[in-house]
Design a protein around this ligand. Sequence first.
Ligand SMILES: C[S@@+](CC[C@H](N)C(=O)[O-])C[C@H]1O[C@@H](n2cnc3c(N)ncnc32)[C@H](O)[C@@H]1O
Length: 252
Amino acid sequence: MTLTDPPRLSRLTFHGPLSETRAAGLVDRLVRNGPATILDIGCGWGELTLRLLEAQPTATAVGVDLNAEDLARGRRNAEARGLADRADFVEGNAAELPGAAADLVLCLGAAQALTDNAPPHTADALRVLRGLVAPGGRVLLGEGFWERPPTADELAAMWPGASAEEHHDLATLAELAEEAGFRVEWIETANRDEWEEFESRYQSDVEVWLAAHHDHPEAAGTRERVRRHRSSWLRGYRGVLGLAYLTLVPVD
Ligand SMILES: C[S@@+](CC[C@H](N)C(=O)[O-])C[C@H]1O[C@@H](n2cnc3c(N)ncnc32)[C@H](O)[C@@H]1O
């Protein structure tokens, strides 16, 4: 990458709507029963996993993702924080994971990584997660749900092919977790501030770059990509798509 290329996700701490306060609460709860092994499915750069390793100095973690650039960012962050010997960032398809169970399994915004099926992925992903967590362990599922049924206009504005069947409501999401063999220890959802911070951080580095690189060969395409994404949020899923964080306990 040259210095003048558009940046990518450089202002995001987490790749999802997650505040520092909520992240700290999640880490506190998830290390309470002393996980020795952590598996992060669709980990990206794995910021929450690195914080879990900091809070649980005897634990080791494996993160799996398809995106080599994000994995490299995770490895750099692990190195900088003295965690490299306990954090393994693996490039691969999470749907092809060997079945070794972990004490703590994270799947944040990545349920689609666990199934080859068409949406909704949630029920299938929950069944896979049940098989990946060790007895007495925990799963943290970060999963989309509808805050209310989307209108036809909102769906048309969201993303190509968006449909009301893609997600469930929050009550159904919790019931699906039960049906997959979990008790739902904790339910929390990203709030408006977390979404606005996430969406703003998602594009703000590129917005600032565009202001300074109006004539760059990549400017026109980048402007259009930013415009489309912002429109899909503001005309489509803002206030309609929720993100739930469910802490799940496997039933013995
Ligand atoms: C919304 S991001 C969330 C990243 C991370 N879990 C976090 O919360 O910061 C979804 C991630 O899932 C990854 N992903 C999608 N399909 C995958 C697959 N089949 N196997 C592994 N990772 C996958 C993407 O590359 C992306 O990094």
